[in-house]
Design a protein around this ligand. Structure first.
Ligand SMILES: N[C@@H](CCC(=O)N[C@@H](CS)C(=O)NCC(=O)O)C(=O)O
Length: 201
């Protein structure tokens, strides 16, 4: 058995997993991936580690590879229950939020990251704001499920950093969530380790 190892790209969706590992106080290693060249910090072709070629990719303690942000965050929440919502439907609601964030919100940023036309970017901007309004309507406190953040908030936070980068207007509860997340030592530690301290991602 060895330590967990997270493959990440600075400010990418893998930042959610990186924050979760810090919040959990887990023992882990990280390695940066250049997602344009698919090369890791140590000079390895990342596709020999994960054929999917994208981050996050987490090497588990027994050496297995785990990919897909929903699965990685769900796994980290299972290992560290303080990162998951409580109650009989807790895990289900967490997966529901993760699915919205991954398959709707994350996806909506595509034209902004990948050189969409002005019209596509304006449409994406509107979609992102709409989804953030929808998510904020269901918030149970400062964070999605109350006063403590869960892995879903970590993923949402990354989306809110992207919204900031692309000047997307966010509803007030989301702006507040972003500020509160930034104040957390685990978030500051993960961002500093990715070279993002004090920067827009
Ligand atoms: N389906 C994947 C998508 C992850 C994803 O889009 N990762 C981006 C960074 S946020 C990436 O690595 N892109 C590089 C590539 O696709 O080659 C997941 O949900 O984890």
């Amino acid at each position: 058995m060895s330590r967990l190892k997270l493959y990440y790209a600075p400010g990418a969706c893998s930042l959610a997993d990186h924050i979760a590992l810090h919040e959990a106080g887990a023992q882990f290693d990280i390695e940066r991936v250049d997602i344009r060249t698919h090369t890791t910090e140590s000079g390895v072709d990342f596709r020999t580690i994960s054929v999917k070629g994208y981050v996050p990719a987490l090497i588990l303690a027994d050496g297995q590879l785990l990919t897909e942000n929903i699965a990685v965050l769900d796994h980290l929440a299972a290992l560290h229950p303080q990162l998951a919502p409580t109650g009989p439907l807790g895990r289900t609601r967490m997966l529901e939020a993760l699915a919205t964030i991954s398959t709707e919100l994350h996806r909506a940023f595509k034209p902004m990251w990948h050189g969409g036309s002005e019209r596509e970017r304006a449409q994406a901007n509107e979609t992102v704001t709409g989804l953030l309004v929808l998510l904020s309507a269901g918030m149970k406190g400062t964070f999605l499920f109350g006063k403590d953040p869960t892995v879903a908030d970590f993923y949402l936070f990354v989306m809110l950093l992207w919204a900031e980068r692309f000047d997307v207007e966010v509803p007030e509860p989301m702006a507040e969530l972003r500020t509160k997340m930034r104040e957390r030592p685990a978030v500051a530690a993960a961002m500093a380790a990715e070279g993002l301290a004090g920067l827009k991602v």
